[in-house]
Design a protein around this ligand. Structure first.
Ligand code: ASP
Length: 331
């Protein structure tokens, strides 16, 4: 019963028209780690994302965030995260300051992250930050008066990706409970799986980790989920778990994180999903990937209806629209 009146109030808020809600839990808040979310929060985010989808399908662009400005600050390469935040803001009627190439900004002159953030917040209402160092978003948040959204901090977390991943699973399979999820590839450096495993724990998933020995899931995450009673098992062979898998989440081997490129060469092609692999998978399994794909999934697998990774990209737009509306007090 704990928290019931609060949940009820939130459920009611979700039924008000978009723009007339001000959800205290998200308004003006940073989004730094998935650890800040409860299941109630996730259900709320997904309900708003559902509405965003309907609105985009119906009218394309609308004025919910008219007059608001997003600073998109990327210290690392990005295609989807950066452009989906831009698209999200523009579909909501807002505008964007794009800093996709910090090389051409004052960062190249040696400006610190706190100074860059304190500058950008003078011009904007929310800052989306991608940075190569774990903890960079949390550091930025210490200095910022405007919401910071973590768009990937080194090998740490990628919370907005994990939210869209979970939304994808919900849309594709119609449920989040009782699933067996297999994460494959670079589980050590892949920040998306660090965030996703933590979110799946809220739904009691059974998680399989399949990776080369040197790219295993970090111990602190395995232990964190162990304390929550989540069944987790580690393998090096996909075939050991493929037949029982409901969601196969493939990751890219993160070349940019290796100190020794010879080591990268040894593991870069450790797993490749082919049409043969798909024959041994459940007919209702979904195949996900945060993208970019390098060689982990053969191109002809794209034709398999279970290949969900490009649909996953689209779901990302709705989830990021929902997040922007929420932190700016319009959802
Ligand atoms: N785009 C994802 C990320 O930024 C996955 C990847 O790069 O492999 O973490």
């Amino acid at each position: 019963m704990n928290g019931y009146p609060f949940n009820r109030r939130r459920a009611t808020a979700a039924h008000l028209p978009l723009g007339e809600r001000r959800d205290a839990r998200f308004y003006g808040k940073h989004i730094l780690s998935v650890s800040q979310f409860t299941r109630t929060d996730l259900e709320y985010i997904f309900a708003v994302a559902d509405e965003m989808r309907i609105m985009v399908e119906r009218v394309g662009t609308f004025d919910l965030l008219k007059g608001k400005i997003l600073a998109n600050l990327f210290y690392e390469p990005s295609t989807r995260t950066s452009s989906s935040f831009t698209a999200a803001m523009e579909r909501l009627g807002g505008s964007v300051i794009p800093i996709n190439e910090v090389r051409y900004s004052s960062v190249a002159k040696g400006e610190s992250l706190p100074d860059t953030v304190r500058t950008l917040e003078a011009y904007s209402d929310v800052i989306v930050l991608r940075h190569p160092e774990t903890g960079a978003a949390a550091l930025a948040a210490r200095y910022a008066r405007k919401p910071i959204i973590n768009a990937g901090d080194g090998t740490g977390e990628h919370p907005t990706q994990a939210l869209l991943d979970l939304f994808t699973i919900r849309e594709e399979l119609g449920r989040l409970e009782g699933l067996t999820v297999t994460m494959l590839g670079d589980l050590k450096y892949g920040r998306t799986v660090h965030s996703l495993a933590r979110l799946l724990a809220l739904y009691g998933a059974r998680i399989n980790y399949v990776s080369p020995e040197i790219l295993r899931m970090p111990r602190e995450i395995v232990e964190e989920l162990e304390r929550q009673g989540i069944p987790q098992r580690e393998y090096t062979m996909l075939d050991d778990v493929l037949a029982e898998t409901d969601v196969l989440y493939v990751t890219r081997v993160q070349k940019e994180r290796f100190e020794d490129l010879d080591e990268y060469e040894q593991v870069k092609d450790a797993y490749v999903i082919t049409t043969e692999t798909m024959k041994r998978a459940k007919p209702a399994m979904i195949l996900m990937h945060p993208l970019p794909r390098v060689s982990e999934i053969a191109l002809d697998v794209d034709l398999d209806p279970r290949a969900a990774y490009f649909r996953q990209v689209e779901y990302g737009l709705y989830v990021r629209m929902a997040l922007l509306a929420m932190v700016l007090g319009k959802a």
